[in-house]
Each structure stands twice: as structure tokens, then as C-alpha cells.
Design a protein around this ligand. Structure first.
Ligand SMILES: [Zn+2]
Length: 214
């Protein structure tokens, strides 16, 4: 397996790949140092993790191999390719932030002023819907924990009440937990009732189920 792209280094095609041959050298010229720097610039967490697990940074000892073709290591270390990747990542982040702002503009006063309680999963599906409508970046990988982390850092006036195995409750930080739970119970009743009323019509009951789980 290639330690850069993760694809096979086939025995029958030995001309296509190389073993890492430079020694444990951590100077800026070693493959380890170069890949480590590129991974840092790319904010490639999976790669950084993999590199951190290589004992002493010794790629030779673990018999690391890589493809010689352009699309593998050369492209990984290429400055232009790194720039394109980071630009892409930051554009995606910006779009996420914009859509989250839109969504929060819509629901913030419901939560903060009118003290309504939302399920985190409901906010997440609305967020994903909005992204899809705006032809934004694919948000399928966007998970509720990520949304929660974002909301916590940007909206300190919100509070989150975990209720395993259901989705967290999102409410104003000013209402008591008891209040929030009471409101949540009403909310869950509504969802359950609509689910019972809709048995057989899979789309809304699937939506309700989705709303219930994190
Ligand atoms: Zn490769």
C-alpha cells in the first residue's frame, strides 16, 4: 500500500512505485518532513495521524512505499495543488458559515426570545436542506456534533441538553433544564402523534424518526 494515496503498490508493476529510502533524517529534505509539512498545510488530519503513528518518523523501517506517478507524491507535495486544496477547504467553510447564519437568523429569536426548544437533529436537517438548495458543498458528511460545536462557539446564548438516545435539545441558556425538558416532551409528543397519524406514509414518519435521532 502506498502511504500517500493508500492505493496498492502492485508487485507485478514494480516500476510504478518506490520504497522510501532516505534514513530517519528529520531534516527538511526527508520524505517524512516534506509530507508532514504538506499534510500540515493541507490540514489533512488523517495523514497527520498516520505520520504521528510512524515510530520515530522512520518510514524506511516500516517499509513505506509510494507511487512515482505524478498524481501521487509529486502532486501531494506540489505547492499549487496544496493551495488549490486549502482554497477549496476554506471556501467550503465560508459557505457553511453563511448558510448557518441564514438558518440562525430564522430560528435564533424563536429560541432566545420566545424560549422555544429545538432538536439538534431538526436544525441539522434544515441546515443540510438549505445547503442543498443553494447548490452549496455537499453537506452529507456534516454531522450533528460538528453543528453543535459550531453553534457553541458562535452562539453562547444557546444551551444544549443531551438526551440519549435522542438528539440533543437546543434551547435558550436562560431557561431551566426542567423547563426545556417539559417543552421537549410536548415537542416529542407532537412528533409521535404525527408519526402515528402518518403510519404508512413513509416520508413523514421517516422524517420524524430522523428528527428523533442524533
Ligand atoms: Zn500512491
Amino acid at each position: 500500500m502506498c502511504f500517500i494515496c493508500g492505493k496498492l503498490c502492485s508487485r507485478s508493476r514494480k516500476q510504478e512505485w518506490s520504497m522510501v529510502e532516505s534514513s530517519i533524517d528529520l531534516s527538511s529534505k526527508s520524505i517524512f518532513a516534506k509530507v508532514n509539512r504538506a499534510a500540515n498545510e493541507r490540514k489533512a488530519e488523517a495523514m497527520l495521524l498516520r505520520l504521528s503513528e510512524v515510530p520515530n518518523g522512520n518510514l524506511v523501517a516500516i517499509e513505506a512505499r509510494y507511487h512515482r506517478k505524478k498524481s501521487c507524491i509529486a502532486s501531494y507535495l506540489n505547492l499549487k495543488s496544496i493551495e488549490a486544496t486549502t482554497k477549496n477547504v476554506s471556501e467550503t467553510q465560508t459557505r457553511y458559515d453563511e448558510v448557518l447564519n441564514e438558518l440562525m437568523t430564522e430560528v435564533r429569536s424563536n429560541i432566545v426570545e420566545q424560549k422555544q426548544v429545538y432538536l439538534l437533529s431538526t436544525l441539522l436537517s434544515r441546515f443540510v436542506e438549505r445547503l442543498a438548495k443553494s447548490n452549496g458543498p455537499n453537506a452529507q458528511q456534516y454531522r450533528s456534533q460538528l453543528l453543535k460545536a459550531k453553534l457553541i462557539s458562535k452562539y453562547p446564548e444557546l444551551s444544549f441538553i443531551p438526551q440519549t438516545p435522542y438528539s440533543d435539545l437546543v434551547c435558550s441558556a436562560e431557561i431551566t433544564v426542567g423547563d426545556a425538558l417539559r417543552k421537549a416532551e410536548q415537542l416529542l409528543n407532537v412528533i409521535q402523534q404525527s408519526e402515528e397519524a402518518q403510519i404508512g406514509t413513509s416520508s413523514s414518519s421517516a422524517f420524524a424518526k430522523q428528527a428523533m435521532t442524533a
